[in-house]
Design a protein around this ligand. Sequence first.
Ligand code: ZN
Length: 89
Amino acid sequence: MAKYEEHKFWCINCGRSGIPVRRKVGFQHGKDHRKKMWCPWCKAEINHVETRNLDEEFKFREAFNNGSFTEEAQESLDYVRLSCIGKNS
Ligand SMILES: [Zn+2]
């Protein structure tokens, strides 16, 4: 039987976590994996950071509080805005 663990995804714009995803234990991504997901708080598709455990969660929160993601979040949102404008014109 395969074991599963819950991974969380954290919005880089508001720092809140979305719906946890179950992964097989040992599932690996590269470091600082990003996934573009819908954030219900920001009401936009935005990059999320995946964490596998409390240690990684803590690191994300620390980086988030230090403003490490501010620029990236802004770029992500600008991209959403630009693609919306593109569709309307
Ligand atoms: Zn968000």
